[in-house]
Design a protein around this ligand. Structure first.
Ligand SMILES: *[C@@H]1O[C@H](CO)[C@@H](O)[C@H](O)[C@H]1NC(C)=O
Length: 339
């Protein structure tokens, strides 16, 4: 949600993902959990990787292009032969980018959000015939004990990740993945977004965010204590007593229990319970809107469908299956997509 970093477009030919020659339409990109401790280690390791660091400096006019080696950290898939324009970030607004050590940001929003009108990767893959349909879905594994972080599926969705049917909700503003939210309920007593409001689905946001006043009322109801930057903590011992928080989308309730919306971590041996709801006022004209981030998208799988000439863009939602509970998962995947 921060302003786009300063970007400098450069063209790269990128061997990214493997497309099944059989014409199978789904491309699977596993998501890996990076343990906080290991992050730093990898960061240090990463520094050693390029044999020699490029000499950076402003090119003088008429100079030949400057080639900057990119060291590959986690090789996000397997499509081959895609030609995608990259933006190079020249300035990063937060240390997150240094410590999280990722290869970059894969923009999956609508083309209108793209810096300097560059074609987004999704559009390019469809144009170049590497993907049948402009559809993708995220399955996020929220269990911090598991190394498997989930899966990004390009070209469709895999019912092995969710419990059908999907509830489809039309995209109201095709920029972010914005939909209309009918209501939010906190237990039986409190109603938020009472007249309906806007919400976006965003894997790039960790928590669920909403307008300050509403998030304050929500925490008053569940006993949240303000922390910093719109975040709240919860007394861990209260978790079993906390009410469900429910979102009405497309006429269907999507409920989160306290187990879903409280993030339990241990820092220096101390158990800490962070509320999954954060106050964030997105200013007009884009906002105000709620952001249904990873806290929501871990419990509910979202299928993002850009639509085509005949159908408009929409988001499908269904409860995620937990992988451990579903023995058929690996077999389904292999049977459908050999190799
Ligand atoms: C989900 O929340 C709604 C609204 O509070 C409630 O009416 C419904 O019974 C809940 N569903 C489940 C399965 O808990």
């Amino acid at each position: 949600m921060s302003p786009p970093p300063l970007l400098q477009p450069l063209l790269l030919l990128l061997p990214l993902l493997n497309v099944e020659p059989s014409g199978a339409t789904l491309i699977r990109i596993p998501l890996h959990r990076v343990q906080p401790g290991r992050r730093i280690l990898n960061l240090l390791r990463g520094w050693r990787e390029p044999a020699e660091l490029p000499k950076l400096g402003a090119p003088s006019p008429g100079d030949k292009p400057i080639f900057v080696p990119l060291s590959n950290y986690r090789d996000i898939g397997g499509i081959k032969g895609a030609s995608v324009i990259f933006g190079e970030a020249l300035w990063e607004p937060s240390l997150v980018f240094a410590f999280a050590h990722f290869d970059g940001i894969l923009g999956l929003g609508f083309p209108i959000l793209s810096v300097e009108g560059v074609r987004p990767p999704m559009d390019v893959l469809v144009e170049q015939g590497l993907l049948d349909k402009p559809v993708f879905s995220f399955y996020l594994n929220r269990d911090p004990e598991e190394p498997d972080g989930g899966e990004l599926v390009l070209g469709g969705s895999d019912p092995a990740h969710y419990i059908p049917p999907l509830t489809f909700v039309p995209v109201t503003v095709p920029a972010y993945w914005q939909i209309h939210m009918e209501r939010v309920k906190v237990g039986p007593g409190l109603t938020l977004c009472a007249k309906g409001c806007a919400a976006i689905l965003d894997t790039g946001t960790s928590l669920i965010t909403g307008p300050t006043e509403e998030i304050r009322a929500l925490h008053a109801a569940i006993g949240g204590i303000p922390l910093l930057a719109g975040e709240y903590i919860i007394l861990c011992s209260e978790i079993p007593k906390l009410p469900a928080v429910s979102f009405l989308l497309g006429g269907v309730w999507f409920n989160l229990t306290a187990h879903d919306y409280v993030i339990q971590t241990t820092r220096n041996g101390v158990r800490l319970c962070l509320s999954g709801f954060q106050a964030l006022d997105v200013p007009p004209p884009a906002g105000p809107f709620w952001i249904l981030g990873d806290v929501f998208l871990g419990t509910y799988v979202a299928v993002f469908d850009r639509g085509d000439m005949k159908s408009s863009a929409r988001v499908g939602l269904a409860r995620a299956r937990t992988r451990g509970a579903d023995l058929g998962w690996g077999e389904t995947a292999q049977a459908q997509f050999p190799g």
